[in-house]
Each structure stands twice: as C-alpha cells, then as structure tokens.
Write a protein that binds this ligand. Sequence first.
Ligand code: NDP
Ligand code: MG
Length: 338
Amino acid sequence: MINKYYDTDCNLSMLDGKTVAVIGFGSQGHAHSENLAESGVNVVVGLRKGSGHWAKAAAFAETCPNFKVMEVEEAAKAGDIVMMLVPDEMAADVYNKQVAPHMTEGKTLAFAHGFNIHFQAVQPPKNVDVIMIAPKGPGHTVRSQYVQGKGVPSLIAIHQDYTGKAKETALAYASGIGAGRAGILETTFREETETDLFGEQAVLCGGVCELIMAGFDTLVEAGYAPEMAYFETCHEMKLIVDLINEGGLAKMRYSVSNTAEYGDYRTGKRIITEETRQEMKKILGEIQDGTFASEFLTEMSPTGGRRTHFLAQRRVAAGHAIEKVGTELRKMMSWLKK
Ligand code: NDP
Ligand code: MG
C-alpha cells in the first residue's frame, strides 16, 4: 500500500528563512502561493511581464507582507524552492530560458505533475533536489479548502534527492498548502505521470466525451429530439458522477431506480467490450513508451506543429450538434454559472 502522511509527520518550520518561488499564478499557482504565504512561508510569485494575472497577484501581496510578485527570472533567483506551475507544454521553455541559470547547488525544483521530468523535457542539474507536490483537485478547491481550515489530498514524489532532505521538503511544502490536513500520499514521478495521462485519455476526458457523443448521436439518428438526447446522455451525467464521487459505484446504484440498476448490469459490458479493454492496454503502452509525450510536445511546439491539429480538432468538436443544443438548454438552467 501507498505511504500516507499528515501534518503531524511534516515539519513546516524547515521552510523558515527559505523562499518558495511559485512560477505561474493560474489554477494551481494562485492556490499554492496564497496558501503557503498564509502558512507563514516566504513566497515570491514569478510572472511574465504583461501577465493577465499580475494585478490579482499584486492585490494579494497588499494583504500579505511575506508575498511578492516579480518577473520569472527574478523569482527563480530568489527561490530556494522553485515550483513550476505553468502549462506543461510551456514548462521546458520557461525552465531552460529563465529558471535553469538559477538552479544552483542545493536548491529544490518542484512540479505539480510529473510529465516534464519523467519524459525528460526538463533536465535539471544533478546537484539539486527534484520533487513533486500534486494536489488531487483544481486550484480553486485547493484554495477554498485551505481558507476553511481544511485541505485537498495531495501526492508527493521524489525524483532526485541531492541534499538528503528532499522528502522533508516535499512534506513541508504539502503541509504549507493544506494537504497535511487531508492526507499526503507518496508516489513516484513515473506512476503519477502515467496514471494521470491514462485516466484523462481513456476514461475522464477521451472516454467520457466519446461515450456522451455516441449516445447522443444514436438517439438523434433514430429520430428523437436533440433536446431529449442531450438531457439523457449529457445533462444527467453530473448527477451520476456526483453520486459515484460521494459513495462509489454502490451509492450510485443504490440511488438510481431498480430499472436503471438492472439496465446498468445488463448493458455496460456490451459498451465497454473486451476490444475496448484491449485498446486501453494499447493506449497505456503508448503513454509508457513516450509515443504520446513526444507527439504532444511536437504538436504544441511554436516551432513544430504550432498547435495546428490541436486547434482544428477543437474547432471541429465545437461544431457538433450536442454543443448547439446544449448551449440553448443551459440558458434555461438559472443555477448554472454563466
Ligand atoms: P494554468 O494554465 O492555470 O496557469 C498557467 C500560468 O502559467 C499562468 O499564470 C500563466 O501566466 C503562466 N504562464 C504560461 N506561459 C508562461 C510563460 N511562457 N512564462 C511565464 N509564465 C507563463 O496552469 P495550471 O495551474 O492548470 O497548471 C500548472 C501545473 O499544475 C501543470 O503542471 C499541471 O499539470 C499541474 N496541475 C494542474 C491541476 C489543475 O487542476 N489545473 C491539478 C494538478 C496539477 P499568464 O498570467 O501570463 O497567462
Ligand atoms: Mg489528473
């Protein structure tokens, strides 16, 4: 079983007198930096000049004396621990140009996702620690839970332990963002990266979106109203997923009607067939052998694929009938955020 840690296992005071540089102030960046600062850690946020997030970070700095905003390079220089919270496809470029020159002996380089280290897009020097602290939730939850005195369970991993204190640093950082209140689980860069990519491709994003669209198309092609198809194959997904999230598959099956539960057992295996499971194994193989990482980094590179295929696919997907009918129906739902 995986090792689990709580605040009592963490020594936050090991960060006393040190500075954490958080590069980026997006979803994760704002949560990590604000939580750490309110936990008493010295924080500098590194942003590019003209960043859309600069004003928001500067406003927080007004409320907190141990929190400063500066340009990426200056922050990387100031930080004893440098946490990279820029989009994964940008990290290598930002690291090589603005962070690497300041990764001097004994510093710590940190990530919230293992991708760039595991696939060697970022190659840190041998004389620094390399760690991961990855909350299992979006930044706004990491922040809102912290403010309520709670936390989001988070993963830690050690890629390189030069100082002999890499794990203590990871635990202290995790505690500083509130994770020790909920639980800290120890994994490896490889395990986190490969399971994360597999989950989002095969199940959460790729799997779910295609499942919804296939169900919608089947009903519409059979002559049913697109509005009905939308309600039954897309809108109600949240109800089911919330129940699973709260109490596992059993709670969902307990809450739906016996008719729905019987249909679930009867039909599920005809949708996710042995062939689907074989394909999942192939997809996992392409993640493990770097095929996906190399394809993704090439496609997203400003000098390589220039996002051509990525943006074209986004445009095609946005044109699907389910998006049009969904836009209209969601206008009738006053509780949804605009
Ligand atoms: P966001 O897209 O929300 O934030 C990106 C930040 O990076 C912005 O502040 C942006 O600045 C900055 N940035 C982008 N490009 C550059 C650049 N060239 N130079 C300097 N700054 C730049 O990212 P996320 O918070 O979603 O992701 C950060 C990391 O956290 C990733 O490794 C991700 O995998 C991981 N993660 C994300 C989770 C999530 O729920 N989102 C959950 C767990 C891990 P600007 O203001 O200038 O646009
Ligand atoms: Mg994930």
